[in-house]
Ligand binder design. Structure first.
Ligand code: SAH
Length: 228
């Protein structure tokens, strides 16, 4: 799957394909230096052409380790945040995954090259449509994009082996937790005491309940409810 992404991605990025492949490899080296160790995640990030997911005016900055605006007050997450979240989930092979907050679709593309099946929900209609356009060239047959309120999960496709939330919640969304299969994992940014700084949290569900592990401090846009 990752090979398909690479081949299609460079074709649609004719002209800058070579340069961006080198730039992408430099991004991967930086992620490795920052502590990302899962080779499958690094290979997927080397394969997905991140510059195709941001405005042309920002394409030259696509491989910097920063969040960039994607319109509607939203951002594409920093490469490190994308890698860290997927790495936290991919400790086991990724089966059926739910992403909440498609944004421009970048993380969904990385996930689809690693997982068996990916569902990604975005509440802002225009972003959902833009992600669809951004992802068209990659022809990822195992990725479904849905316009809706992802904080409620996606009942029709539940349960999921993994859930990844790309926007910060004030508390653990219980609806999402219920759609996690036993043995499943969810990673999400949570605000301390509902309003404080955000931390990435890994939630592991077992037959009896769930456990939470706090990972790094992070900065994500807020998780909102309802469609827009
Ligand atoms: N996954 C993206 C990150 C997008 S930023 C990436 O690859 O970079 C987070 C996104 O979450 C925004 O597009 C925002 O509109 C969306 N979002 C916020 N609350 C949501 C909700 N309840 N359901 C679905 N999407 C939501």
């Amino acid at each position: 799957m990752a090979v398909g992404v690479s081949a299609n991605g460079s074709r649609s990025a004719a002209g800058i394909g070579m340069t961006s492949q080198r730039t992408r490899e430099r991004m991967v080296e930086r992620l490795r230096a920052e502590g990302i160790g899962d080779e499958r995640v690094l290979a997927a990030m080397a394969a997905v052409p991140r510059h195709l997911f941001v405005d042309e005016a920002l394409a030259s900055r696509a491989y910097e380790d920063s969040a960039l605006p994607i319109g509607f007050g939203q951002t594409i997450s920093r490469p490190y945040a994308v890698a860290r979240m997927i790495e936290a989930l991919a400790a086991r092979a990724l089966g059926k995954v739910l992403e909440v907050g498609t944004g421009c679709g970048y993380q969904a593309a990385v996930l689809a090259s690693l997982a068996r099946e990916v569902y990604s929900v975005e509440r802002v209609k225009e972003l959902h449509e833009r992600a669809r356009a951004n992802l068209r060239h990659l022809r990822l047959k195992n990725l479904r994009l849905v316009h809706g309120d992802g904080s409620l999960g996606l009942e029709e496709a539940a349960p999921f082996d993994a859930i990844i939330v790309a926007a910060a919640a004030a508390e653990l969304p219980l609806g999402l937790l219920r759609q996690l299969a036993p043995g499943g994992r969810m990673v999400l940014p949570l605000r301390d005491a509902g309003a404080g700084p955000q931390r990435l949290v890994l939630v592991a569900r077992d037959r009896h309940g769930h456990t939470q592990t706090v990972l790094d401090p992070v900065k994500f846009v807020p998780l909102r409810s309802g469609k827009a």
